[in-house]
Write a protein that binds this ligand. Structure first.
Ligand code: FE2
Ligand code: FE2
Length: 474
């Protein structure tokens, strides 16, 4: 089904006049937000080769064409219903999934949806200046693709708020457009979404690690007893896969280029790469450490009564709940290593209270697989250098390791020792200045790439690499 309505959708919006009016009322506010806070400088005169979700059929859910970004058709799509879907975990395990929000879970469900929704426009805001320093038209198009789809994910959450949470939901939807990333008085709700992203290495690392946290969260919400939430998030995961691809292959192409430069005559040391206009491996590792630890934090505290309640009530499950044996998780425990007066102790936490940690395990495993793929590039280039996966204790701001001076291998240091070595492990001002100097001139010519990144292996939607992915109106 291809939708030609003002708000493309597969939720039969035209038969629900009240909802349709509410969303059509929100739409101009959204467009205004997009103009003010979306990608700067590419709104009026540029056409971008974008995919747009038009249905949920697996073989034809999107179409590709040139679009002026403010004219992108942000729609509302839910994955097809699963017949007789049952609740897959928690105290209501085996009961029919909910088609309406039960009164007693209204507030926590609203909270989960608002938290998810808030991250979507936040990332668009964080990345709004990046177009001016892009390494190629291919990358520029990928940035804008991620941005418009994060916009659609906001639409997805706003649809749920408007449909199932009445007046409160409409107020929350308004506030989504009032908070903004890094704002002094009304910042975005989660820390990692208030960090500016003003260079492309940060952008790729964000898409690799922070969008992957998005994937963890969406996978756990896809298990929810609230069926519309499950169906909405399942469809969002389809788009999210491309965001992770952009992050992973972006860094992979930088590594490819760095390896080439390291092997060029007169080079050999990682430090020499900068002189040749590339990005050295230690700097890449520091950015990896930063975004990995910030995204590990997004999974919340190791021991959490909120997580236990969400699980017990069927609101938020585990990623791939069907792969677990016991869906009630009432009698199991999970072991967490914690420091008690300077001594390591193992705490046995009731499984339900450790659900954040269970999700974090899934997340870290997924990151490790990606970093292993990155290291293959260095290996194939004949280099002995490798990237490492930092310890989950490193650089934490939330949970039992928060604020403690762990090194990236999980060893506790004296605070002065940590401070003395911080510049080895986390991005420095000099790193930021160097990245800025590298990307000062954007590359807007089709088929051309900045010196610090290799071209991709293939283009988007079977187009050639030198396709004009973004074109300026004459
Ligand atoms: Fe998203
Ligand atoms: Fe995303």
């Amino acid at each position: 089904m291809i939708s030609h309505e003002r708000i493309p959708n597969n939720v039969d919006l035209s038969s629900n006049k009240r909802l349709q009016r509410a969303l059509e009322h929100w739409q101009p506010r959204y467009i205004e937000w997009w103009h003010d806070m979306g990608p700067q400088g590419f709104q009026h005169y540029h056409q971008v080769y974008l995919r747009t979700a038009v249905s949920v059929e697996p073989d034809g859910w999107c179409h590709y064409d040139y679009v002026r970004m403010p004219e992108y058709r942000w729609g509302i799509f839910l994955a097809p219903p699963v017949r007789d879907r049952k609740i897959g975990f928690g105290d209501f395990f085996g009961e029919p999934a909910w088609q309406e929000v039960p009164g007693e879970f209204r507030n926590p469900l609203k909270r989960l949806i608002v938290l998810q929704g808030d991250t979507e426009p936040a990332s668009v805001e964080q990345q709004r200046q990046l177009g001016h320093s892009c390494p190629s038209l291919y990358d520029l198009r990928n940035l804008f693709q991620v941005n418009v789809e994060e916009g659609r994910h906001l639409w997805a959450m706003v649809y749920l708020l408007h449909t199932y949470f009445g007046r409160d939901g409409r107020d929350e939807a308004e506030e989504m457009l009032e908070r903004s990333s890094g704002h002094d008085d009304k910042p975005r709700m989660l820390e990692a979404f208030n960090e500016p992203i003003d260079n492309w290495l940060d952008f790729f690392m964000f898409a690799m690690f922070t969008d992957r946290d998005g994937k963890s969260q969406l996978m756990s919400l896809a298990e929810s007893a609230l069926d519309p939430l499950s169906r909405t998030t399942r469809f969002m995961l389809t788009e999210e896969a491309h965001h992770l691809f952009v992050g992973e292959t972006g860094v992979a192409r930088i590594l490819q280029r760095t390896a080439e430069l390291m092997k060029s005559p007169g080079s050999g040391l990682s430090g020499d790469v900068r002189r040749l206009g590339g990005i050295d491996l230690p700097l890449i590792q520091r950015h990896l450490n930063f975004w990995f630890s910030a995204s590990v934090d997004l999974h919340g505290s190791e021991i959490s009564t909120n997580a236990a309640t969400y699980f017990a009530n069927g609101l938020k499950g585990r990623a791939r709940e069907d792969t677990f044996e016991d869906h009630r998780a009432l009698h199991q425990t999970y072991e967490v290593s914690a420091l008690d007066d300077g001594e390591w102790v193992t705490r046995k936490v009731p499984m339900r209270n450790a659900m954040n940690e269970v999700l974090r395990d899934w997340y870290i495993g997924d990151c490790e697989a990606g970093i292993t793929r990155w290291n293959k590039i260095l290996e194939r280039a004949g280099l002995s250098d490798r990237l490492y996966v930092p310890s989950r204790r490193f650089n934490r701001k939330i949970g039992i390791y928060a604020g403690l001076p762990f090194d990236p291998w999980g060893q506790l240091l004296r605070p002065e020792e940590f401070e003395r070595r911080r510049h080895e492990w986390l991005p420095t001002d000099a790193d930021k200045a160097f990245l800025k100097s590298l990307t000062v001139t954007p590359v807007y010519e089709a088929g051309q790439f900045a010196n610090w990144i290799a071209p991709p292996q293939r283009g988007i939607n079977r187009q050639p690499v030198d396709f004009e992915y973004v074109r300026r109106d004459e």
